[in-house]
Design a protein around this ligand. Sequence first.
Ligand SMILES: [Fe+2]
Length: 250
Amino acid sequence: MAVTTQEQLHARIAELEIQLAQRTRDAAEQDEQLQRYAADLRETFKEERARGQELRRSYMLTVRALASAVEARDAYTGRHAERVAAYGLKIAAAAGMCLGDEPQIEFGFLLHDAGKVAVPDAILFKSGPLTPAERAIVEQHPVTGSEIVRDIDFLGAARDVIRSHHERWDGAGYPDGLAGTDIPLSARVFAVADTLDALTTDRPYRRASSFADARVMIVRDSGTHFDPEVIDAFESLPDLVLERIRQEIG
Ligand SMILES: [Fe+2]
């Protein structure tokens, strides 16, 4: 009886050893399969990232081409959109705007005046004062711009800048007469950058102001034209940072 039990025990052990070996093989196979999945996933991720980068590059080139087309009409402003975008990004970062990797805000800065394509030259370049009817046409450009880009999904938040870049903190802007924080932050930041570039660029009717003078004029309009918090962020940027943008972009 004892012999039988021992034999049974050996047989059971042998059986367990076979099972164990099988399970070890299964585990190794599963491990290998998991490694293959992981490698496939890494490869797919890499490919997706490369595709994403390529897509972003195409978006950026398309937006820059559009912005250049808008600017090509106005010899005086030169590379205004690019400078404004660069100033705007600096002010946005100083204002703590979370821009992350999303380029939409920059797209908005670059395309802010897309709607000016619909303003006739005779009005856009008129040297004298505009009649009320002409002013109404000019003030329509944020609406026209937002209609032009309405269905371009990849522009996302850029559309806020295009629609609201002429709104004022005190509600006296256009086209919607928004006030305070009802104006998208990106547009409040843009308003400061746009004015800075306008003041520091030569125009047919006046010479460019220095950055120091432009800063004084802009800060004076804190709480009326501009969001005071954005002005605080703007004031924290040294002139040197802004002057470097001017020199680099021209
Ligand atoms: Fe504009």
